[in-house]
Design a protein around this ligand. Structure first.
Ligand code: ADP
Ligand code: CIR
Length: 384
């Protein structure tokens, strides 16, 4: 009876929200899913997990996806639901595509060199490539409790110790965990001032509790336990732990050649995957498993900060977004997702696709995309 009441409530809420927000994919697909044979066969505990996956889409009516997985195998367990959301969001009309991983960018640009000076940039660009990864043996962040977050942090500390011993990496761990529970001290704890300094330097992530999408999904719970990062001695390699995905692994630097951050990340990932106790969660159909269905596949976002004062002359990213959409590029503020554009018209540009695209295609699209974007920016200048 309890189960029937929960199913009825979910379906009613979804139907109501759809009248105002037809683009809410969670609400759109949960109704037919709960009516399907797979949905009807869910036992009480799985139905409760499913509810937690979709709660964010019910609480945040304007969600585009409105769901996060709670465990790596949710994409299979609730396959009828997630598959519909994923194929719709990622635009797979065949419904049959399988994700393929390929980092080989050696045939791109000039013998693998993607130099932005060749496409008209005179100044160094801030370049960053990140991937989302999760460990097979843990729940995804939405379902982790405080003890699991601390256990995960300790697993990562062992991995960071291995990295720190390698000449190319070295570095420091910065942790936000107040303690490790049961009176155990956290040796890497940083002050609030240091945390803010690292956020401002784009090294650490923002306070997730302020994000209503993540909050409803439980992803920001127990903040700030199990949160922090490792940064290499040369400051170019960073691994976040405890954000939307357990791990966000990235390379970042100012320069001209996009392949430098891309190749360095590829090398670092192989090193990390070789460390004992580190096994990333994957799916046969969707590649690397991430909390949000939008990041599945490559889990990769490759971005540059570029100044486009003409396209942002009205102080917003509206025009930039219009121009970028057909180029397959997303626009973000300089502080990351949901932040404002820079006062000088600087924005964060990245290829939108993550799934059913190869890693090497993402970096190629960024290179071609910023070239076309700057052509539009300069055209606008000529007209004005
Ligand atoms: P993610 O890329 O991990 O999805 P965000 O968009 O929130 O997350 O960005 C995280 C941080 O990375 C922010 O501080 C943002 O300013 C920084 N960042 C992203 N791209 C670049 C870049 N090309 N150069 C410098 N900082 C960047
Ligand atoms: C939504 O569904 O609109 C939000 N949950 C955000 C989706 C974008 N994905 C993300 O930030 N990883």
């Amino acid at each position: 009876v309890q189960k029937d009441a929960l199913v009825k409530k979910l379906k009613e809420s979804a139907a109501d929200i759809l009248t105002r927000h037809p683009g809410n994919r969670c609400c759109k697909y949960l109704i037919p899913y709960l009516d399907s044979a797979e949905g009807m066969a869910l036992n009480d505990s799985d139905l409760e997990i499913f509810r937690r996956c979709v709660q964010t889409g019910i609480d945040n009516e304007d969600s585009g996806l409105g769901c996060y997985a709670m465990q790596p195998d949710d994409y299979k367990k609730f396959g009828g639901f997630f598959n519909a959301v994923i194929r719709d969001y990622h635009g797979d009309e065949t419904g049959k595509e399988k994700h393929v991983t390929d980092w080989d960018a050696s045939s791109l640009g000039d013998n693998g060199v993607l130099d932005v000076r060749k496409i008209g940039f005179q100044e160094e660009l801030s370049m960053r490539v990140r991937v989302g990864r999760n460990l097979k043996q843990y729940n995804l962040p939405g379902k982790m409790d405080q003890a699991e977050r601390i256990s995960f942090e300790k697993t990562m500390l062992k991995a960071f110790d291995s990295l720190i011993k390698i000449k190319d990496y070295g570095g420091t761990v910065y942790s936000l965990s107040p303690d490790f529970g049961k009176g155990e001290k956290n040796p890497n704890k940083i002050s609030d001032a240091k945390y803010q300094e690292l956020v401002d330097a784009h090294v650490l992530f923002k306070d997730m509790d302020a994000d209503p999408f993540l909050k409803s999904a439980g992803i920001s719970s127990d903040w700030p336990y199990g949160r922090g990062c490792w940064q290499s001695a040369d400051k170019q390699c960073i691994i976040w732990f405890g954000e939307e995905d357990q791990l966000r692994i990235m390379c970042m630097k100012k320069g001209y050649c996009l392949n430098e951050v891309f190749d360095r990340l590829n090398t670092m990932l192989k090193v990390v995957e070789g460390i004992e106790g580190i096994e990333f969660a994957t799916s046969d159909d969707y590649g690397y498993v991430t909390s949000c269905p939008s990041n599945l596949g490559t889990g990769m976002r490759a971005s540059v900060h570029v100044k486009i004062p003409n396209l942002t002359a009205d102080g917003t990213d509206k025009k930039a977004k219009e121009v970028c959409k057909p180029l397959g590029l997303s626009v973000r503020g300089t502080g990351g997702e949901h932040t404002p554009i820079g006062s000088d018209g600087t924005v964060d540009i990245s290829p939108s696709n993550r799934l059913f695209i190869k890693e090497c295609e993402i970096i190629a699209r960024l290179y071609e995309g910023v070239k076309l974007l700057m052509e539009k920016e300069n055209l606008k200048k000529a007209v004005a």
